[in-house]
Design a protein around this ligand. Structure first.
Ligand code: ZN
Ligand code: ZN
Length: 106
């Protein structure tokens, strides 16, 4: 994952496709020729493709591979919470049954 201090001119530009670290000032990746910048649809600012949010207006950038990855991870975690909820319901139901049975005995 790219760090926040990885801005143009400092350490270089990280390619969103091949993760090659390009020297600052380049518009295209020197390794795979893919575009390093994308124009913000809201304010028109030139934003690095590895950044998912526009630093100028905080508009969410599309076509970001990291955003896709985040979405995939979020989906997976959602499934996990659903499974956890199902298990909790079953356990709660079992505990309820046991409590009612114990209550009936005494
Ligand atoms: Zn590249
Ligand atoms: Zn913007």
């Amino acid at each position: 994952m790219p760090s926040k201090n990885l801005v143009q001119g400092e350490k270089g530009l990280l390619c969103p496709k091949c993760s090659h670290l390009n020297p600052g000032g380049l518009k295209q990746c020197e390794y795979c020729n893919s575009q390093l910048f994308v124009k913000c649809k809201k304010c028109g600012a030139k934003v690095q493709r590895v950044i998912s949010k526009c630093p100028e207006c905080r508009h969410r950038m599309h076509k970001s591979p990291f955003r896709k990855l985040k979405r995939r991870m979020f989906r997976r975690s959602k499934k996990l919470t659903f499974g956890q909820t199902a298990i909790m319901v079953i356990v709660a139901y079992g505990a309820y049954k046991m409590i009612t049975m114990a209550a009936g005995k005494f």
